[in-house]
Write a protein that binds this ligand. Structure first.
Ligand code: HSE
Length: 410
């Protein structure tokens, strides 16, 4: 028998406890020995559960119990999770976590501590909830050089955008619905401002490219400025707006990393990823694009990935899993480079006739798709592919107008 402790009994933690306890037979069969949940750490009381006797409030009980070999950290946030995880690893306990904030901020350091203490630190649930992505990327795609990782990494924002696209709901109503359904938190900032997706980009980039990317290095933009008008305008160009996280390897060894609302063609596979689902495209030099799709959030899906990591640790108490990357560095992420692409642009001016004349003199009349609307006094278009600096130079000629730009994957 192997003793396990769970730190945190929130949505994911309770799911982990339930799977371990309710499905102990199949887990025992697969691990070849029973996993016993010895402690559940939480400051709150949970009376009336079949496992209420396992709750403790003092972390030191777990730390000082040499019988506990595997600890699941599902509390969230960097503190005190960071101190707890570090102490457990140093005490020779393997740790698994679903905490993307912790891994994105401290992953390289915690992996090193795990290595030094000959234990494992696994975090499959930190990206894509129940989607197997980190292990397949590291193990099954091991023969590839990974060049690009991109995708829909946040279920809440995907749900909100989907409601705007399909049901014509405005942003505030869609957010409220997401909160009512329990997808978005009361304070939804981490999701709608892109921080959650940013942390996942950090972890994917670190694993895919071998070096830590820190959250502050990722250019992050959420969906709070996306309006129903933007969604409708994108639709007239055969596109949907998605929150896309992306990391790319550059020829000079550096990487780019960003999270931003992006126009995606309805022909692109990511355009069909709806509701709270996530999808991640990993491009390997041998495989081309491989897509990972599934429930990116939710109690059972996320808990399933945490439990799988616990089982993996239990099966490898004496062996190390090779999941690691180097520390990051200041100039590793090259977000200042002038990227080539196409921008989706909305120009609006009360002086509509003059706007039309100026638009054609700056951008020309051919080679790109534009829509003129004299009633809304707006011109909407997708630029030709060019360096962003060149496009922005042209847009600077419209300083006196309303200008809104959204990146594209076109
Ligand atoms: N709030 C996250 C999401 C949960 O909506 O995707 C998983 O990180």
């Amino acid at each position: 028998m192997i003793n396990v402790a769970i730190m945190g009994h929130g949505v994911v933690g309770s799911g982990v406890a339930e799977i371990l306890i309710n499905h102990s037979d199949r887990i025992t069969e697969k691990v070849k020995t029973p996993l016993n949940v010895k402690y559940i750490l939480d400051l709150r009381d949970f009376d009336g559960l079949s496992y209420s006797d396992k709750f403790i409030k003092d972390f030191n009980i777990i730390l000082n119990d040499s019988e506990v070999k595997v600890v699941a950290e599902v509390m969230g946030g960097v503190n005190p999770a960071y101190d707890f995880v570090k102490s457990c690893l140093k005490a020779g306990k393997s740790v698994v976590t679903s905490n993307k904030e912790l891994v994105a901020a401290k992953g390289a350091e915690l992996i090193k501590i795990a290595e030094e203490n000959n234990v494992n630190f696994l975090f499959e649930a930190s990206v894509g909830g129940g989607i197997p992505i980190l292990r397949p990327m590291v193990q099954c795609l091991a023969a590839n050089e990974i060049t690009e990782i991109s995708g829909i990494l946040n279920g809440t924002t995907n749900y909100i955008l989907n409601k705007m696209i399909v049901d014509n709901m405005d942003f505030d109503s869609a957010l409220k619905l997401a909160q009512d359904k329990g997808y978005a938190e009361k304070n939804p900032a981490a999701d709608i401002e892109g921080h959650d997706a940013c942390r996942k980009v950090c972890i994917l980039a670190a694993l895919g490219f071998g070096k830590h990317v820190y959250p502050e290095q990722v250019k992050t933009e959420g969906i709070t400025d996306i309006t129903l008008d933007d969604v409708e305008a994108a639709d007239t160009f055969g596109c949907v707006i998605k929150l896309i996280g992306q990391a790319k390897k550059l020829a000079d060894g550096r990487v780019t990393a960003h999270v931003r609302p992006t126009l995606v063609s309805r022909d692109h596979i990511l355009s069909g990823v709806n509701g709270v689902f996530n999808a991640i495209l990993v491009n390997g030099d041998q495989t081309g694009d491989v897509m990972f799709y599934g429930k990116g959030a939710g109690k059972e899906a996320t808990a399933s990935a945490v439990v799988a990591d616990i089982m993996d640790c239990a099966k490898h108490l004496e062996a190390r899993k090779y999941l690691s990357w180097e520390d990051g560095s200041d100039n590793y992420v090259a977000n200042d480079i002038d990227e080539k692409g196409k921008l989706f642009v909305r120009l609006k001016s009360d002086n509509y006739d003059e706007l039309v004349t100026r638009f054609h003199s700056v951008f020309g009349t051919e080679g790109f798709h534009y829509v003129k609307n004299q009633f809304t006094k707006e011109i909407t278009f997708i630029t030709e592919e060019d360096f962003e600096s060149n496009i922005n130079k042209k847009l600077a000629e419209f300083k006196d107008c309303q200008v809104k730009t959204i990146h594209t994957m076109l």
